[in-house]
Unconditional design. Structure first.
Length: 153
């Protein structure tokens, strides 16, 4: 890649990742959320991986780190769903808002005095963002590291 592209790629990737994090954190009150923000964070990582190459990319995600982040995203999502099931009888019931008064005991934990209160939705956005970021990044890393071997017959 050209020198100009290498100079431009890292600051642009940081900016793209910051916009992705902003999209994840504001997803309960604005259009977007976990999936879109996770895809934006992954796009910043992928941009650097394409420009610098996997070996010299400024973002080095180990297999263990990516596996841990994907596990945290999946288990956290299921855990919040099971909390809703346990306290209200409905999987992924929004415990913080609790419009129907089903789970008074737990709603205080997710409820905060803010007009934009969304209960567990911001937590779900963060977990989905982690899962999407790792999933898209892993796909691109796999494609970039794959060395094709010719089939001889």
């Amino acid at each position: 890649m050209s020198t100009i592209l290498k100079i431009f790629a890292f600051p642009a990737a940081i900016f793209i990742m910051c916009l992705g994090i902003l999209t994840v954190l504001g997803g309960h009150i604005t259009p977007g959320g976990g999936f879109q923000g996770g895809a934006m964070v992954a796009a910043g990582f992928i941009f650097c991986a394409v420009v610098y190459g996997i070996e010299r990319s400024p973002f080095q995600f180990s297999h263990e780190f990516m596996s841990a982040m994907e596990s945290i995203g999946a288990l956290g999502y299921v855990g919040l769903g099971l909390c809703g099931l346990l306290f209200s009888g409905f999987f992924l019931y929004n415990l913080g808002v609790d419009l129907y008064g089903v789970s008074q005991a737990v709603s205080g934990f997710f409820n905060y005095p803010d007009p934009t209160n969304a209960g567990i939705i911001p937590y779900l956005n963060i977990l989905v963002g982690l899962k999407v970021m790792v999933g898209l990044s892993a796909i691109v890393i796999t494609f970039m590291e794959f060395r094709g071997e010719e089939v001889t017959e």
